[in-house]
Design a protein around this ligand. Sequence first.
Ligand SMILES: Nc1nc2c(c(=O)[nH]1)N[C@H]1C(S)=C(S)[C@@H](COP(=O)(O)O)O[C@H]1N2
Ligand SMILES: [Mo]
Length: 246
Amino acid sequence: MKRRSLLAGAAAFLATGCSKLAETGPVSSLLSSVEDWNKGLHDLLGRRKALAPEFSLEDISPVFRGNGTTDPQDAAYKAHLAAGFAEWRLGVTGLVSTPLSLTLDEVKALPQRTQITRHDCVEGWSAIGQWTGPQLAHILEMAGVKPEARFIVFHCADTLNGSAYYESVDLVDAFHPQTIIAHSLNGEPLPVKNGAPLRMRIERQLGYKHAKYLTGIEAVASLEEIGAGKGGYWEDRTGYQWYAGI
Ligand SMILES: Nc1nc2c(c(=O)[nH]1)N[C@H]1C(S)=C(S)[C@@H](COP(=O)(O)O)O[C@H]1N2
Ligand SMILES: [Mo]
């Protein structure tokens, strides 16, 4: 979306409010979807770089429930689990100058960030947990993202109904300081239900963006060739929006 139409849209939004906006022909065609609008508004107001709220130790939920896949039945995953994830590798591929294949020890040896954040699932529940891991930005800098790259795709070890779970974000969220590759929850290695041994935390977006059982990070110029082309497992199958900013 062009900057000028965004500004016009924002002015109309501020002047008239949401419902009026939706009724207005020219304005609603200008905003191709609520998703673009949400993303555009966040961009416009500079909110894409703002930090998600962080909480204190006493706010941590007693139980951080698992959702979606909680016990992957995929043979390769089960073999890794049985081996204590000793052979797990995090691949960094695609439009990078130096592809990487990191062991868990290498991931844990990078500079770490710990953050206590609230996870919001579209299914209507939230939980607060403390996550630790390196910033995705650091790993992307090690690999050297090429200028043509526009999105970062997260590949996962689990399949749901025969298709691999995957997700993706743009470079704003990829380089956001709270976007980390977590290996620990509340000071302990990730439980299987929460994505062991590695999962994404993308704190400015809804729960389904936070890919669990992470095997690979791929820098791409377009999402068209990945999955069904809408940028994520649920985006491909349901009305879930690709940009799920909160
Ligand atoms: N690989 C993978 N990642 C996933 C899912 C999944 O089924 N598979 N579910 C998503 C959804 S909808 C949510 S709300 C969160 C749940 O994270 P949790 O299991 O730690 O609560 O993981 C997200 N990431
Ligand atoms: Mo979710």
